[in-house]
Design a protein around this ligand. Structure first.
Ligand code: PPE
Length: 302
């Protein structure tokens, strides 16, 4: 994982020189917020998918963590496009991070400067190339999604991801590709870095936003599925609803649309990418790649 330049606080820095002090507040306490965005190769060059929505969520996350970003939305958007251009990437993953830098330690973050960095690199399929076609195996994590009064699910806060990392490590140690977290009431919440959907009798379901990240891919799937004529419901569900689902899939910027073929050793549907997942995935990739006129507003050409 490497490209040439990283944008740091307004300037382009050589990849290897993009470093911070070891007493950076965010390194000790997770006091930062981030985004994960993809740019796709199109006929008209790389296009950043739903840039405006990602930048808006970055500013909302920063607001929740009481950080004033020292750049405007326009400046951050321009920097995101620039980092793709500067690294000559055709398609890539983009990672903006806003974090409390170095001044003094102690929990009070307010004296630490708010720093911003944006990196971009070539990142293939999140859960492996095969995963997109064949689906992944998952387990219900023994770690539960952080309670809504433990941290903010609306904000993509660095520190939140320890919860996700516990779930990820458990999945890795269990020999499966991904975890599914339940919320503190016991209902299905999301993956460590993805929202979750399932299909039963032709209807598509996803949990309400209470304790999960308001995913931009989730929003996209809901819109295109509805436009395709599918019925889509937001519902709290127990784990056994997933076991008996006809299909299930993860959705996220990194994970795109990854089918789930097995959960806790229960085969989901036929144990392969299901028919509705296939249709949605194919449509979604067309939309990502700017091939669907109707949704071209979502593509921001570099
Ligand atoms: N839930 C969580 C907890 C989450 O981290 C993500 C994104 C989503 C849902 C889906 O959101 P969206 O990307 O807006 O559709 N996870 C990011 C980080 C993954 C990582 O491993 O790093 C991502 O997909 O970029």
């Amino acid at each position: 994982m490497k490209s040439e330049k990283i944008w740091m606080d307004g300037s382009m820095v050589e990849w290897d020189k993009a470093q911070v002090h070891v007493l950076t507040h965010a390194l000790h306490y997770g006091s930062g917020v981030f985004e994960g965005i993809r740019a796709y190769k199109t006929d008209k060059g790389p296009a950043v998918f739903r840039l405006k929505d990602h930048v808006e969520r970055l500013f909302n996350s920063a607001k929740i963590l009481r950080m004033e970003i020292p750049f405007s939305r326009e400046e951050i958007s321009a920097a995101i496009k620039n980092i793709v251009k500067e690294n000559k990437l055709e398609s890539c993953y983009i990672r903006p991070l806003v974090y409390r830098g170095y001044n003094r330690l102690g929990l009070n973050p307010f004296s630490c400067p708010v720093k911003v960095m944006i990196a971009a690199w070539d990142w293939g399929a999140y859960l492996g190339e095969e995963a997109l076609a064949k689906g992944v195996r998952a387990i219900i994590s023994s770690w539960q999604r952080s309670n809504i009064n433990t941290t903010s699910a609306k904000a993509k806060i660095c520190g939140n991801y320890i919860n996700s990392i516990f779930a990820n490590m458990e999945a890795m140690e269990s020999g499966v590709e991904e975890a599914i977290l339940l919320d503190s009431n016991g209902y299905v919440a999301e993956g460590p870095g993805e929202n979750i959907f399932w299909v039963k009798d032709g209807i598509i379901f996803t949990p309400p936003l209470t304790s999960v990240l308001e995913g931009i891919t989730r929003k996209t799937v809901i819109k295109i599925a509805t436009d395709m004529g599918y019925e889509l419901k937001e519902e709290f569900a127990a784990r056994d609803v997933l076991y008996l689902a006809d299909e299930a899939f993860f959705a996220g910027s990194a994970a795109e649309l990854t089918p789930i073929r097995e959960i806790d050793h229960y085969t989901i549907g036929k144990g392969e990418r299901g028919p509705i997942s296939t249709k949605l995935q194919s449509k979604l990739f067309d939309v990502f790649k700017g091939k669907e006129k109707k949704y071209l507003d979502w593509s921001d050409f570099v």
